[in-house]
Design a protein around this ligand. Structure first.
Ligand code: NAP
Length: 253
């Protein structure tokens, strides 16, 4: 029997890639899902995929770095689905370049989506979790947080997300809320396709080269990350908080 009052999960950047897979997975886990992305019409594709599995979802268009858009989006989710008690801060962009060629705009854009976006979304949603006395926050970091050539902006933002997550765990734990980070390694998605394109390596070759350097000898798939999110938001993961899980096919420091 389906749960008569499913918990509501909000996933950002969920029109495609890791976010879309996560939204579908959480719907399969029994959550009603708000699929948030910049463009509501592309988010609708994920909603349609969820609907084919008889899940409940709505598409919400918003820029996570825009304070008023975030407030309006969360209000819409509350009105149309119910108060969200699961938040996955997944929306992300890259603006890679070596430091000497990196523009302030490239720096600010990456900080805006990853850090300001995660901050604004979490601040807007946490009160619903506090009211419910239960919540799950999962933030997307990256192995790049450990340092990566050409990604001074992205690596900094992804390291910042780890500090943000640990602080959320400390501040919000008393309200029954956990906060954890997933730091993916190489995952085949539009984001990594764009990187291959930028450095001029054919996609198949790029995947093969990256996989060869991964202990399990394959590229990550979006479902590898969706599965990890599913673990963190599970009722039974309530004693796991403030952690960074590297999902990278091998160990990271
Ligand atoms: P992706 O395929 O590029 O998807 C990112 C999604 O975020 C897109 O739908 C994008 O919308 C949306 N988005 C971008 N800026 C936004 C904003 N300001 N407000 C709302 N939505 C926005 O990326 P992905 O590979 O699935 O990555 C998802 C997350 O995992 C990111 O945080 C990324 O940094 C992280 N990650 C990925 C990898 C990897 O190997 N793929 C590794 C480590 C970490 P548009 O399409 O409209 O731009």
């Amino acid at each position: 029997m389906p749960d008569p009052t499913p918990r509501v999960a909000l996933v950002t950047g969920a029109a495609r890639g890791i976010g879309a897979a996560t939204a579908v997975r959480l719907a399969q886990d029994g959550f009603a899902v708000a699929v948030l992305d910049l463009d509501e019409s592309t988010a609708k594709e994920t909603v349609d995929a969820i609907a084919t599995h008889r899940g409940t979802a709505i598409a919400v268009g918003a820029d996570v770095a825009d304070e008023s858009a975030v407030a309006a989006a969360v209000t819409r989710v509350v009105d149309e689905l119910g108060a969200p008690t699961v938040l996955v801060n997944n929306a992300g962009i890259t603006r890679d370049n070596l430091l000497f060629k990196m523009s302030p705009l490239d720096w600010d854009s990456v900080m805006g989506v990853h850090l300001r976006g995660s901050f604004l979304m979490t601040r807007a949603v946490q009160k619903h979790m506090v009211d419910a006395g239960w919540g799950r926050i999962v933030n997307l970091s990256s192995t790049s947080a450990l340092g990566n050539r050409g990604q001074a902006n992205y690596a900094t933002a992804k390291a910042g997300i780890q500090g943000f997550t640990k602080t959320l765990a400390i501040e919000l734990g008393r309200f029954g809320i956990t906060a954890n980070c997933i730091a993916p390694g190489f995952i085949a998605s539009d984001m990594t396709k764009a990187t291959a394109e930028r450095i001029g390596v054919p996609w198949e070759q790029y995947v093969q080269d990256r996989a060869a350097a991964i202990p399990v000898q394959r590229a990550g798939e979006v479902d590898d990350i969706a599965n990890a999110v599913s673990f963190f938001v599970d009722e039974r993961a309530g004693f796991v908080s403030g952690q960074v899980l590297y999902v990278a096919g091998g160990p990271r420091a």
